[in-house]
Every structure is written in structure tokens, then in C-alpha cells.
Write a protein that binds this ligand. Structure first.
Ligand SMILES: Nc1ncnc2c1ncn2[C@@H]1O[C@H](COP(=O)(O)OP(=O)(O)OP(=O)(O)O)[C@@H](O)[C@H]1O
Ligand SMILES: [Mg+2]
Length: 299
């Protein structure tokens, strides 16, 4: 892919935190196109946060390299940080600082920040600018982080579980603002989430990690067109590659990856978005990831 249309890359990235534990990332290759909103999903421990931290320059890959807007965040830290807005998985506000102190603080390292936008959003949400961060609920703290990152005018947003602490209405509203903001600014966003409906509403690309490997990396529309579900036993003449079986409502379901032009098979039906995710989560968790690694679509 041409550099002009690429926002983030990972090239053969491996990351080991400890010799005694399996690596967090194992030879990951990934290209995130500019202007996309990508869901980065996978079971707990799959390596999602590690990848985000590598893009931020917080965790150095043991092998391979990452780039952010064409820049290596370990060689050109300032240039990389200037382009990226990041929300870590556990929200990190300074307890003693007020909400407005945070607005001022972000402005010091991101001069293009729209402070008015940040303050208006917080006001709309009923979050007092004078309150110390320590006096806010967990969801309100998450809202402050989101307001800051959206107003920061960063060209790339890395949002690690940004919605986990939000109530359902706040989640929906935030996703609307995120999609609208990213699209109108021509920005790029990657968000991790375990909530299927969030991902389905907001994202146009889907990257699924399992045990530090890439299990799926494609447009959501393509994924939806090429995956089928078999309920119960899978007939031997069913087309495609089995991804994994998982527990449906009272029966075992099997997710199958078929060719785009695969015809109908009486035992297969189209997968819902939730089934697509559950199938890959099951593949990532059961160690099937390694077994399939030599097969189709995996790296
Ligand atoms: N600082 C660290 N030191 C040691 N091991 C770590 C560290 N951070 C992550 N790991 C390990 O790396 C692996 C990947 O962790 P990571 O946080 O990237 O997963 P994740 O996909 O974000 O999971 P979750 O969905 O639970 O947030 C896990 O096995 C984890 O134990
Ligand atoms: Mg994580």
C-alpha cells in the first residue's frame, strides 16, 4: 500500500515481556489505511493493548518495527506523539488536577487542540470543569479522556477500550461523535472493544488478534459476505475453512470462512456480526490460532 494512504503499520512485530511466557505479539504484519475506523478485537491477553502501546512508543517491539504516519515512534518520538491521540485502557487522569487543568495540559503538547470543543462537550455531559478528577465517577473520567482526545485534532486516534465504563446511551452518543469527527477530519481511528454492537456500529475494518497473531484483517463488509454458520454437525461437503466452533443458544455453532463467490449450502447460513466475532474469539482462545497459523488468512 502507498505510504500516502497508510496511517499505521506493524512489520513482523514480535513482543516478549518475559522468556518464561508466550510472546504477547508473534510476527504481526498489519497495515491500517488512512481514513478508516478499525476495530481491534480479540480475547483477553491477545496483544491488543501491547500493539497500541508499541504504536505510541511505550513498548518497544522485541523484533520488527511499527510506524505511525510514516514515522518510527522510537526514532522520532515527538513527531509520532504529535500525530496521535491515545486513551490507555485504564484511564489515567491526574487525581488532584481539575477537569479544566486537563484541558489546559493537553493544549500544552497539542497546540491545535480545540479547547472550546472540549469544554462544550464536557458541559453538555454535565461534568463540571472545576471538579478535581478524583471526584468524578469512573464513567465521567472516561468521558473527560474522550472529550480531550476528540478535541485534540490528532490525525490518528488509538482508543483502548474507550467505551468500557460508559452507560449504553453514552456509548452510542460517543460512537456517533467519534465517527462524525473522524470522517469530517479525514482522521484514522483504531479502537479496541469487547462490545460487539459498538464495533458493528462504528467500524469499517475489523482486525482480530488471537495469541499475538492476526486471525482476520479485512473490511467489515467483506467479512460479513464471506462467513457462514453451521448449526450442529458440519457436513463433510460444506465449503470453506473452519474457523472455530462455539456455544450458541443451546447448540454448537461453527463459523466457516468461504470464498466470496461460494454458492449456498443447505447447512450453512450467513453469520451475524456477533457470530463472526464469537467464532474468531473462540479460535483465538482455544489455541486454534497456532494450529491455523499456516492456513488461510492467518499470519
Ligand atoms: N507490562 C507487562 N509485563 C508483562 N507481561 C505483560 C505486560 N503487559 C502485557 N503483558 C502480557 O502480554 C500479553 C498480552 O497482553 P495485552 O495487554 O496486550 O492483551 P489485550 O489483548 O490488550 O487483553 P485485554 O483484552 O485483557 O485488554 C498477556 O499475556 C499479558 O499478560
Ligand atoms: Mg488490553
Amino acid at each position: 500500500m502507498d505510504d500516502a494512504v497508510v496511517a499505521l503499520t506493524a512489520e513482523s512485530v514480535a513482543k516478549s515481556y518475559s522468556r518464561r511466557r508466550p510472546p504477547a505479539l508473534s510476527g504481526l504484519d498489519l497495515t491500517i489505511p488512512k481514513g478508516s475506523i478499525t476495530a481491534l478485537v480479540g480475547p483477553n491477553g491477545a496483544g491488543k493493548s501491547t500493539l497500541m502501546k508499541a504504536w505510541m512508543g511505550f513498548e518497544r517491539p522485541s523484533r520488527g518495527r511499527v510506524t505511525v504516519a510514516g514515522v518510527d515512534p522510537f526514532r522520532s518520538r515527538q513527531a509520532a506523539i504529535a500525530r496521535v491521540g491515545y486513551i490507555p485502557q485504564s484511564t489515567a487522569l491526574y487525581r488532584a488536577l481539575s477537569v479544566d487543568d486537563h484541558v489546559e495540559l493537553v493544549r500544552t503538547f497539542r497546540p491545535a487542540m480545540d479547547m472550546g470543543l472540549a469544554r462544550r462537550r464536557l458541559d453538555d455531559l454535565g461534568i463540571p470543569l472545576t471538579a478535581p478528577a478524583a471526584h468524578l465517577s469512573i464513567g465521567q473520567q472516561a468521558q473527560v479522556s474522550l472529550a480531550l482526545v476528540l478535541a485534540s485534532r490528532a490525525e490518528i486516534l488509538l482508543l483502548d477500550e474507550p467505551l468500557a465504563a460508559l452507560d449504553p446511551l453514552a456509548r452510542r452518543e460517543f460512537l456517533y461523535v467519534l465517527v462524525d469527527g473522524v470522517r469530517s477530519a479525514g482522521a484514522t481511528a483504531v479502537l479496541t472493544s469487547h462490545v460487539v454492537t459498538d464495533v458493528e456500529q462504528a467500524c469499517d475494518r475489523l482486525v482480530i488478534l488471537g495469541a499475538g497473531r492476526k486471525l482476520l484483517d479485512e473490511d467489515v463488509a467483506t467479512s460479513m459476505a464471506t462467513h457462514r454458520i453451521a448449526a450442529g454437525a458440519l457436513p463433510s461437503d460444506a465449503p470453506g475453512t473452519v474457523i472455530a466452533s462455539f456455544l450458541g443458544l443451546g447448540e454448537i455453532l461453527t463459523l466457516v470462512d468461504v470464498q466470496p463467490d461460494a454458492g449456498d449450502h443447505p447447512a450453512l447460513r450467513r453469520a451475524t456480526f456477533e457470530e463472526l466475532m464469537l467464532g474468531y474469539l473462540a479460535a483465538g482462545r482455544t489455541g486454534l490460532a497456532q494450529r491455523l497459523a499456516g492456513g488461510k488468512g492467518l499470519s
